[in-house]
Write a protein that binds this ligand. Structure first.
Ligand code: ZN
Length: 472
C-alpha cells in the first residue's frame, strides 16, 4: 500500500470539526467534570472512524472493600488490525483526554471550551494538551481507512483520563490489560516543533521523587526572646537543607545520591552537542543573568537532559504577613522534588535521603521525612530500530529534525518499558508557547496538518516491519 502523505482541505475541515467536538466537552481530571462523557464521546468518534473502541475499567476497592471503580476515569482503548498485512507489527498511540482546570476563568478571552478558530489558531482548554495531539493520530489512521478500507499495520490507542493529575492508575491499567496492550512501539502523547519548524524528537523522560520534611520545635509558637535558649525549627530546617544541596555549584550532597547513574555514550554526547540552544533567548525568557555554576550552553543542555536535581518547591514556617510578629515558630516544613535519571529508583533514593539525615543527627522525633510520590525515569536507547524510522518520516514533513535524548520533565514512559517491554518516542505538533495549562490555550492548525501527515508517513513506514523479526 503505497501512497504519498497528503491531507486535503476537506479532511482538514473534518479534523477541525472533530477537534471542536472534543474541546467543547469539558474533561477536567482535577475535579472529575465531564470525564466519562468525554471518554464515551471519544469511543463513539473512534468507532465511527472504523477504529474498534471500548472503555476499560479497573476493579478497585477501598480499604473496607467497597468498589470504587467509578471514581477512576476509564481508559479509552482502540484497536484496528491490518487485513492486508496481518504479519505487521503493532504501533500504539498513548494520549490523554483529560485537561487542566480553567481558572483563572476571567483571564480567558472566550469560553474556555469554545473551540473557536481565529486565523490559523484554534482556542480552548485541551486544544493543544492533549486533544489537538490526539486528533492528529486519529485522523492519520482514518486517512488510510477512508482511502483503502484498511490500515497498513496494526494500530492501538490507549487514551487515559488521569494524565493531568500524574497518571496515578496508568501502571495498574497497563498491568491489568497487558495482553490487550501488547505492542512494538509507543508513540508518546505529545512532541514539540521549534520556531524554525523543526520536529523535536525526544526519547526519554526523567523520573521524580516528591518528599516533605517537617521539623518540630516547641509545643506552640512562643515569644522570640526564647531564641537564646530554644532551638528554632526554621533554623534547623535551613541548616538541614544546606547539607542536602550546594545551590552555587548545583551539587547534590546526599551520600551516594547518583551512584546508580550511567555514563553517557559517545553518540549521546554527540546528540547533545548537536542540539540547538539559544542561550540569550533562554535567559531572557526566564529573566535570569546566568546559569548555576556558570554552566556553558552545552553543559546546560546536558544537565537538562541527564542531571538529577534537588529542588525546594515550597517552604513554610512562622509569620510572613504584614508588619512584625516576634515569635519563634513551633514547626517548619519544606516540600522537595528530586528529578531522577535512569537506574535511580524513587524508593531507594528516598531511603538514601532518610539515612543521610539520620546520620547527620536529625532524629525521627524532631524531623519527619515523608514519601509523597515517585516514578522512575526512562530513556529509549538511540539504537532502538524505530528511532531512524521516526526521524526519516518527520524529515519528510517538517523543515528538519532535532533529536533529544531526554526531556527535562517527568512522565510515565517507564510503565510501558517495565510492563510491556516496549520503548516510547515523543513526536507531535505542539509549539511553545501555546499557553498549555494557562488561559487562552491554543494550537496552530497548520502544525496539526503537518502532524497528521507525519503520522500518515510513520504508519506507512512502520508497515515494513514484520512480526517474526526479533523485537527491538
Ligand atoms: Zn498537560
Amino acid at each position: 500500500m503505497l501512497m504519498s502523505a497528503s491531507f486535503n482541505d476537506d479532511q482538514m475541515n473534518n479534523l477541525i470539526a472533530d477537534l471542536q467536538i472534543l474541546i467543547r466537552q469539558p474533561s477536567i481530571s482535577a475535579t472529575g467534570e465531564g470525564l466519562e462523557q468525554c471518554a464515551i464521546l471519544l469511543t463513539n468518534m473512534m468507532n465511527s472512524a472504523g477504529i474498534k473502541s471500548e472503555l476499560l475499567y479497573l476493579d478497585i476497592e477501598d480499604q473496607i472493600g467497597n468498589k470504587i471503580t467509578n471514581q477512576i476515569s476509564p481508559v479509552v482503548f482502540g484497536e484496528i488490525k491490518s487485513k492486508s498485512n496481518p504479519d505487521a507489527r503493532t504501533i500504539m498511540f498513548y494520549n490523554h483526554y483529560d485537561v487542566q482546570p480553567v481558572d483563572p476563568i476571567e483571564k480567558w478571552n472566550d469560553d474556555p471550551f469554545s473551540g473557536k478558530v481565529i486565523d490559523n489558531l484554534i482556542y480552548g482548554r485541551g486544544s493543544s494538551d492533549d486533544k489537538g495531539e490526539l486528533i492528529t493520530r486519529l485522523k492519520a489512521v482514518e486517512f488510510f481507512l477512508q482511502k483503502t478500507g484498511d490500515v497498513p499495520c496494526n494500530i492501538k490507542f490507549l487514551v487515559e483520563g488521569e494524565e493531568e493529575i500524574g497518571s496515578p492508575n496508568l501502571f495498574k491499567y497497563v498491568q491489568k490489560f497487558k495482553q490487550k496492550l501488547d505492542s512494538d512501539l509507543v508513540i508518546w502523547e505529545s512532541g514539540y516543533v521549534d520556531k524554525s519548524n523543526r520536529a523535536i524528537i525526544s526519547l526519554g523522560q526523567k523520573g521524580i521523587l516528591n518528599t516533605e520534611i517537617k521539623v518540630n520545635g516547641p509545643s506552640r509558637d512562643i515569644h522570640s526572646s526564647m531564641a537564646v535558649a530554644i532551638e528554632n525549627p526554621a533554623w534547623k530546617l535551613v541548616n538541614l537543607l544546606s547539607l542536602l544541596y550546594d545551590s552555587r555549584e548545583g551539587k547534590i550532597l546526599i551520600d551516594g545520591w547518583a551512584d546508580e547513574t550511567r555514563p553517557l555514550k559517545e553518540k549521546e554526547l554527540q546528540i547533545l552537542a548537536d542540539e540547538p540552544f539559544n542561550e540569550e533567548a533562554f535567559k531572557k525568557d526566564y529573566g535570569i543573568g546566568n546559569f548555576i555554576n556558570n554552566q556553558s550552553p552545552y553543559e546546560v543542555k546536558k544537565s537538562l537532559a541527564t542531571a538529577p536535581s534537588c529542588n525546594i518547591s515550597g517552604i513554610v514556617s512562622g509569620y510572613t504577613k504584614k508588619g512584625v510578629k516576634t515569635i519563634l515558630p513551633s514547626t517548619a516544613s519544606v516540600k522537595l522534588d528530586f528529578r531522577l535519571v535512569p537506574d535511580m529508583n524513587p524508593k531507594v533514593q528516598f531511603d538514601k535521603l532518610v539515612n543521610f539525615l539520620r546520620k547527620k543527627g536529625f532524629k525521627e522525633e524532631d524531623v519527619s521525612v515523608k514519601y509523597l510520590s515517585g516514578e522512575p525515569a526512562y530513556r529509549t536507547p538511540l539504537d532502538n530500530q524505530y528511532v531512524k524510522l521516526i526521524v526519516d518520516s518527520a524529515s519528510k514533513i517538517f523543515d528538519g529534525v532535532v533529536l533529544n535524548i531526554s526531556s527535562s520533565g517527568t512522565g510515565p514512559m517507564y510503565v510501558f518499558k517495565e510492563l510491556l517491554n516496549v520503548d516510547s518516542i515523543c513526536i507531535g505538533s505542539t509549539i511553545l508557547p501555546n499557553r498549555m495549562h494557562s488561559p487562552n490555550e491554543f494550537t496552530d492548525l497548520r502544525l496539526l496538518n503537518k502532524g497528521t501527515n507525519c503520522f500518515i508517513e510513520i504508519i506507512k513506514n512502520f508497515s515494513y516491519y514484520r512480526k517474526n523479526i526479533q523485537k527491538k
